[in-house]
Design a protein around this ligand. Structure first.
Ligand SMILES: [Zn+2]
Length: 178
């Protein structure tokens, strides 16, 4: 349901939208569900097989449509982040418009590059585990949050859920230590 539908739907729904969205924000805070936990486990599984411990999966209606994991070393490509790999895998079998009905699950909060891509693709929802702030204690990060990027894009309209299985995602970084 988009904002226009809500406006047409009457006063009660409009009030609910205003509560979920902070003033001027282009992202909405969305609570997580037990199903989200199952998909986040899969994203964390991807992070365990990655060059650097980041994994992402793209889901629609309970089905996993694409997997991604960081392969920057193997591919010799600094842009081969988990989210970018999942997006590329998705596009090999879907149209760009299909992003609008999907959720991307990321083992860590997407970086500025990946969050920009998530916005440009028009994902319906983002769910992430560990935050940029937490991950920056383990590896270099661009210290801009996913919400800051979403809220800076006037055309964006994305639901964001954060902190699901964050500690579990961070454990994969500890395994990397000698
Ligand atoms: Zn990234």
């Amino acid at each position: 349901m988009d904002r226009r539908t809500l406006l047409a739907g009457g006063g009660t729904l409009l009030v609910a939208t205003a509560l979920a969205r902070e003033a001027g924000a282009r992202s909405t805070r969305v609570p997580t569900t037990p199903e989200d936990e199952r998909f986040m486990q899969l994203a964390i599984e991807q992070s365990k097989k990655a060059d650097h411990p980041f994994g992402a999966i793209i889901v629609r209606d309970g089905s996993v449509l694409a997997l991604g994991r960081n392969s920057t070393t193997r591919d010799q490509d600094p842009t081969a982040h988990a989210e970018m790999m999942a997006i590329r895998a998705f596009l090999s079998g879907h149209e760009p418009d299909d992003f609008k009905t999907t959720t991307i699950y990321c083992s860590s909060e997407p970086c500025a590059m990946c969050m920009g891509a998530i916005i440009w693709c028009g994902f319906k929802r983002l769910v992430y585990a560990a935050s940029i702030e937490q991950v920056s204690r383990h590896t270099e990060q661009i210290n801009v949050t996913a919400r800051q990027i979403a809220n800076a894009a006037p055309f964006a309209d994305i639901g964001i859920s954060s902190g699901l299985l964050g500690q579990e995602a961070l454990k994969v970084f500890d395994k990397d230590k000698p």
